[in-house]
Design a protein around this ligand. Structure first.
Ligand code: SF4
Length: 117
């Protein structure tokens, strides 16, 4: 069976705790999100990074799920995990996270939450 890669292994971003860029640029929250252990077969948030707020993809701090959803769903890693897990096993959201609730946020409230980071 093929090894399931975590996002930092696939993207080679170096933002995991032992990564080459973590000292200089910080550790990405996807790598330490313990509420997501083993979701989609990943380590911490490594295979559900799209659902984790404040990840560092693209070299900048991303927003919450509602803000990230469009760009993450067109990401090659998101598509890979979805394909590998298949329709029956694929998990889109973190435990307790509800798509309806977060997609109801207004653009104004999204901007406020972005500025607070
Ligand atoms: S979410 Fe992006 S920046 Fe964060 S560890 Fe995964 S690939 Fe790297």
């Amino acid at each position: 069976m093929a090894t399931k890669l975590n996002c930092w292994e696939f993207k080679k971003c170096g933002r995991e705790p032992s990564g080459v860029k973590c000292k200089e640029k910080g550790v990405c929250p996807a790598t330490t999100e313990t509420s997501c252990i083993n979701i989609n077969g990943g380590k911490n948030g490594g295979r559900i990074c799209w659902a984790i707020a404040g990840t560092f993809c693209g070299g900048i701090v991303q927003g919450d799920f509602a803000q990230k959803s469009v760009s993450c769903m067109s990401c090659d890693f998101f598509k890979l995990v979805k394909l590998e897990e298949g329709d029956k096993k694929f998990t889109l959201l973190k435990p307790g996270q509800k798509y309806a609730e977060i997609s109801k946020k207004t653009p104004e409230s999204r901007n406020i939450s972005l500025r607070k980071r």
